[in-house]
Design a protein around this ligand. Structure first.
Ligand code: BGC
Length: 477
């Protein structure tokens, strides 16, 4: 294996590889960004929309509790398997064509759900949409990370997170508007339109030069680089990618993902995926209405309004903080600062629920209820500039090229698995240990995550994907 130092110094000496040359945004990079935004938006929308649709579905089909659970949660299941398949596809047929498949799955799944004559077809539609979510969750950020200029990479992947939050927010809004008429078919079918648009944009979008090089298609890679970043000398870029691929050894089987050589990035990817979920985000995203009801927001409309704006809109706005700072202050500072905010907010929620618990029959939100609301907003802001976008950014930049698709797929599937477990166990956890202790547990996980990030997660800002690999080589020496 070549000396790790040779790659860094080779890249530093090469024009067009390091910033500022070749770091500007070109029209084709905008196309990449549009693909990423649609993928993230659909992920968020299809995850968020079901809560508002359930009421109408129950009225149409007279569902048993088991089927209600299946209809709700099988998107997550589909996403888990979709993510694994997405990694395989992304490595085999390319990033761009995998996004194309995600677009087709979103469109098909939305239409199946909207037109479902019975629950079996409805559940099939949920699975197809879930598969689309999983495939897109792997392919889109991977695509963003590989195509973005180094100094924009964090912002590109954070744009994906921004789109997820916009999707969740739109789902809350559309649910709010359509819930009066129980128009669940429109709620679920609405995502066919952006699904089709994603398909259309992905059709003309460029393929990742890194993937083309991995497949030995050097000429195609050169064509894509010249197209995506006109004015950038493609030869040095190709040489840097080639050198990194040689160093990695070139084997792309599933077994390579779990080789001891890559244990460190794999542990970081999986760790971030798990910690992102067990610190409680989706307990709050999925159950916001119930939490606000417990905090004294009595009417359905007050709960929906607070959830839409205090959770949904704040989540979108605070993600902009990450976009502004992720490539400037770096990933670690955002993570460490955000985790402190998340942990502190959860402690406040845990404490205020002690007081709310004692004054249950209030006529509206008490002071403790208002403090809970403020603390939850604090949690969402802190998550939105840290564990939300940084998790996806780091997962998509730490793995060597020859296993990137599959390794990202493993981390993404673990993320969905953890989301499934947390959302399934949240209500039973509250029943078993109480709401205060449940939030206390999430706060404890924030503390554990902080320590783990401090000692384990390296800074990756401003380094090319090839340079990041040197971190693991250096750690071996
Ligand atoms: C997470 C989702 C979560 C969303 C909230 C994403 O990064 O992966 O599980 O619902 O953020 O904004």
């Amino acid at each position: 294996m070549d000396s790790p130092v040779s790659l860094s110094s080779a890249q530093e000496a090469l024009p067009g590889v390091k910033p500022p040359a070749g770091q500007s945004i070109t029209p084709w990079l905008i196309v990449v960004l549009v693909v990423v935004l649609f993928s993230g938006g659909l992920f968020g929308y299809d995850q968020g929309v079901i809560s508002g649709a359930l009421h109408g579905i129950k009225a149409t089909f007279a569902l048993s509790p088991l089927i209600i659970e299946v209809v709700t949660s099988w998107v997550t299941l589909g996403a888990l398997f979709g993510a694994l398949a997405g990694g395989e596809l992304a490595d085999r047929i390319g990033r761009q064509r995998t996004v194309l498949i995600a677009g087709a799955l979103f469109t098909l799944g939305s239409l199946i759900q909207a037109l479902a004559p019975d629950t079996v077809i409805l559940v099939a539609g949920r699975l197809v949409v879930g598969a689309g979510v999983g495939v897109a969750a792997v392919a889109a950020p991977l695509y963003a990370a590989e195509l973005a200029p180094t100094t924009w990479r964090g912002r590109f992947v954070s744009a994906y997170q921004l789109a997820i939050t916009v999707g969740i927010f739109l789902a809350y809004l559309i649910d709010g508007w359509l819930s009066k008429s129980d128009a669940w078919r429109w709620m679920l079918g609405a995502s066919a339109v952006p699904g089709l648009l994603l398909f259309g944009v992905a059709l003309v979008a460029p393929e990742s030069p890194r993937w083309l090089m991995k497949m030995g298609r050097r000429d195609d890679a050169a064509t894509q680089i010249t197209k995506i970043r006109p004015g950038v000398e493609f030869k040095p870029r190709l040489e840097a990618i080639e050198l990194a691929l040689q160093q990695e050894g070139g084997h792309a089987a599933w077994g390579a993902v779990f080789r001891s050589e890559w244990r460190r990035p794999l542990m970081i990817g999986i760790g971030l995926a798990v910690f992102q979920q067990i610190t409680g985000i989706n307990a709050i995203i999925y159950y916001a209405d119930q939490i606000f009801a417990a905090a004294g927001f009595m009417t359905q409309s007050s709960q929906t309004t607070v959830t839409t704006w205090a959770i949904g809109a704040v989540n979108v706005l605070a993600t902009l903080i990450a976009i502004a700072y992720i490539d400037r202050v770096g990933r670690r500072i955002l993570l460490l600062a955000g985790l402190i905010g998340m942990g502190a907010s959860l402690v406040v929620v845990g404490v205020t629920f002690q007081f709310i618990g004692r004054a249950v029959a209030s006529t509206g939100p008490s002071t403790a209820g208002i403090v809970t609301l403020i603390a939850l907003v604090g949690f969402i802001i802190s998550f939105a500039f840290s564990m939300g976008p940084v998790t996806w950014t780091v997962i998509n930049e730490i793995f060597p090229g020859h296993i990137r698709g599959r390794a990202v797929a493993v981390a993404t599937a673990v993320n969905w698995g953890s989301a499934f477990l947390v959302s399934q166990s949240f209500l039973s956890l509250i029943a078993a240990i109480g709401i205060s202790a449940t939030f206390g547990l999430f706060a404890l996980f924030c503390g554990v995550t902080w320590i783990w990030v401090y000692y384990r997660v390296p800074e990756t800002k401003g380094q090319s994907l090839e340079q990041i690999q040197q971190i693991w080589h250096k750690a071996d020496r």
